[in-house]
Design a binder for this molecule. Structure first.
Ligand code: FMN
Length: 330
């Protein structure tokens, strides 16, 4: 039985350990992936990127969505889309941008995505699912994985059946399984027995996603399912220390000073990526995650979570850091 620290191979890519950053829309950009890597993650998958957006997009779309930092390899860019020919072209662009692999999204339950025939809608159109994946393989020359759900509705197993075909007919080298049906969105218990069944059936690695909120649950699910690796999603938001703890790189919780320093790093990177003004708006969703890791009361977190600009967020962080020094001095 491998441990989370054991190396493994995904489509010929050597990965140092079995802890992966999950794809997170609107979040998993280059610096969030780089952060996960800094704390030990062996692999990171980008936020989902529209294949149509890449094909028809402007220079800024490419610059922002296909930005890859040299230190975040190995990594995958996740693409979504329902059209094989568009996917072929987008996959080629991802290869050109320097990604190590491509992950395809066949699990997104969001209406806007599914009504175009992409995301989890592909579970109900397996022939198209196979064609889109084959096009990504051919268009990129990269290892291609697919992240999918067990099915769209309760009790369905369309995802498991499609996984088999993706491997046999499209040359997919790994499957990310989120064993909740799409109509559950992200709620309810994932069905780890289904994941164990898929692990048994497929000869390619299965990466487990879903319900991996803390170290204990993650280890238990990894052992119970026999998955090749685990993907941290919501559990890692504002808490990259989870990667380090799962890998035995540290045991203790981060100090307030470490958390404040980490959020300052994030703010700096966001400004570098988006410019000061857009970074201020973009980061508003990040602050509550860090406030939670800081264990702040509702009142104490107000200046940070309501900071309208990055400058004001820095002031709030200075006050938090100052409060800690004052406490230590006392
Ligand atoms: C805010 C948010 C954004 C997500 N974006 C994506 C995405 O772009 N692609 C994808 O395949 N899954 C996406 N997911 C699903 C996660 O990767 C993961 O499968 C899911 O959150 C279950 O894991 P968890 O219960 O440990 O959070 C997203 C989930 C959340 C909460």
């Amino acid at each position: 039985m491998p441990s989370l620290n054991s190396p493994w191979t995904l489509g010929g890519i050597e990965l140092p350990n079995r802890v992966v950053l999950a794809p997170l829309a609107g979040i998993g950009n280059w610096f969030v992936r780089l952060q996960a890597k800094r704390y030990g993650a062996g692999f990171a998958v980008s936020e989902m990127v529209s294949s149509f957006g890449l094909k028809y997009g402007d220079e800024r779309t490419h610059r922002e969505f296909l930005r890859i930092h040299p230190d975040e390899h190995p990594m995958a860019v996740q693409l979504f889309g329902h059209d094989a020919e568009v996917m072929r072209i987008a996959a080629g662009m991802v290869a050109e941008a320097g990604a190590s692999a491509i992950d395809l999204n066949y699990g997104c339950p969001v209406r806007k995505v599914c009504k175009t025939g992409a995301g989890a809608a592909l579970l109900d159109d397996p022939d198209k699912g196979v064609a889109v994946a084959r096009a990504a393989v051919e268009g990129s020359g990269l290892p291609v994985t697919v992240k999918l759900r067990s099915g769209n509705r309760p009790g369905e197993r369309t995802g498991l059946e499609l996984a088999r075909r993706l491997v046999d007919e499209a040359g997919v080298v790994g499957i990310g399984l989120h064993p909740r049906h799409a109509s559950q969105q992200h709620k309810g218990d994932p069905d780890y027995a289904l994941a164990a069944e898929l692990v048994e059936k497929l000869e390619v690695p299965v990466v487990l996603s879903g319900g991996l909120r803390d170290e204990e649950r993650t280890l238990e699910a990894f052992e119970r399912t026999g998955a090749a690796a685990v993907m941290l999603a919501r559990g890692s938001l504002g808490n990259p220390w989870r990667f380090a703890r799962l890998l035995g790189l540290r045991e203790d919780a981060p100090t307030r000073e470490e958390i404040v320093a980490e959020l300052r790093w994030v703010i700096d990177r966001a400004e570098e990526h988006l410019g000061i003004e857009r970074a201020g708006r973009y980061l508003r969703k990040f602050y509550p995650w860090y406030a939670e890791t800081l264990g702040l009361t509702k009142r104490d977190q107000q200046p940070l979570v309501t900071a309208p600009t990055t400058a004001q967020a820095r002031v709030a962080l200075d006050a938090l850091a100052g409060a800690e020094s004052a406490q230590i001095a006392a």
